[in-house]
Design a protein around this ligand. Structure first.
Ligand SMILES: [Zn+2]
Length: 134
């Protein structure tokens, strides 16, 4: 006849003194709490790992979104900065203008903004002066 592990433990327990049995109960309660804590911390670690993964995904996604937004802005400024379309050169992804010192693909976004903004202000000023003549 084979003895199950449970029966074996029961057999061992039967040989324990009251004091030893009490110690065993304390140990079992402690072990049960320890297992619960271990399970919780494993779940927390998983959450942390997932959060870290989501954060890094978010960073790379927002970096790509920033690059797209900047490329769109450069193109918008290149097409609509006030000079004739015939002056624009856009082969091979270039964004240049024969009437501008600016390279709309390579110039820093801050310098481009200042250039386009001052050009638009100058045109607006000319337009309002011409309106004043009427
Ligand atoms: Zn231009």
């Amino acid at each position: 006849m084979t003895t199950s592990f449970k029966d074996y433990v029961k057999g061992v327990e039967a040989t324990l003194s009251d004091e030893e049995r009490e110690m065993l109960d304390v140990f079992r309660a402690y072990y049960s709490t320890f297992r619960k804590r271990l399970a919780t911390s494993e779940a927390e670690n998983r959450d942390l790992t997932q959060a870290a993964n989501l954060l890094s995904l978010d960073f790379s996604a927002s970096e790509a979104a920033r690059e797209r937004a900047e490329a769109n802005l450069r193109q918008e400024w290149w097409l609509n900065h006030g000079h004739a379309f015939s002056a624009l050169y856009g082969d091979d992804g270039e964004m240049q203008c024969a009437s501008c010192p600016c390279d709309f693909k390579r110039e820093s976004i801050e310098n481009l903004r200042a250039w386009v903004h001052s050009g638009r202000l100058a045109r607006a000023a000319r337009a309002s002066t011409e309106e004043g003549k009427d």
